[in-house]
Design a protein around this ligand. Sequence first.
Ligand code: SER
Length: 319
Amino acid sequence: MKKNETILITGANGQIGTVLTQALRDAYSAEQVVATDIRRPQAQSDGPFEMLDVLDAEALNGLVKKYKVRQIYHLAAILSAKGEQNPQWAWDINMSGLFNVLNAAKEYGLKVFCPSSIAVFGGATPKVDTPQDAVLQPATVYGISKVAGEQWSEYYHRRYGVDVRSLRYPGIVGYQSLPGGGTTDYAVDIYHYAVKGEPYECFLAENSRLPMMYMDDAIRATLELMEAPAAQLKIRTSYNLAAMSFTPAEIAAEIRRQRPGFAIRYAPDFRQKIAESWPESIDDTPARQDWGWQHAYDLPKMTIDMLRHLETYYHELTS
Ligand code: SER
């Protein structure tokens, strides 16, 4: 990425968007990164911010021209749990949003990042060390839209030469922002309760093992994939990406090593079924081979970092 090129981010106020926007502004410059969302950011934006509904292709193209955008990170999407409340709506947003981004990329020759998810797996997918080329039988509308999105991304690359890149994110855990509408959200919420000294009621069962990743790793993976020479990338659907896997009971035990009084109770709801349809662990060999992916955080290291940052956050809130 050249120093005078502009990046546009959709869903910039979301869980990943908040952190990715800052990381890109740190890596390049604040003015080079145009944050967009359907809501205004809560904190003052230190670079350009524009209201953008990804369903509005004309508005998106207008911003691409206005800012001479060269790259789009398309993070706006409805996640797994929220999507199940209104499947048709989730499908429309996830697919029309993607098409608007891919068509802008085709029209203006942009490089794009369109993330996918472990939600593409389900049904007959092998659950342990799920390989890159596994059967894809998603159980949620979110997963169906991500499978379709992966295929359309690959199609735009093959047919129109669009430089589109993608990762199948596991559940992402970070202190900087809150997730919304996902099945893996419990792994963020639990740390907030632990730091506030409150008992946590978990919406997944104690032994539901899911693939997860610390935010720092997820952001670094995204930047490294986007910086990798195109010739090294053999996969244009989406790369499997892994760091760790754990259950609610295991994360609670790890928290208790730092906070012995922490209490958890389990009250699985409709999200339990979604979790059960997903893999327990992911084999991400192609990502490691093609562009050198290496994770840095495991569960103990992540727990120490999460608790430390959230302690500072809540301390500053109350002092
Ligand atoms: N974190 C997402 C979700 O739970 C998975 O991609 O929906």
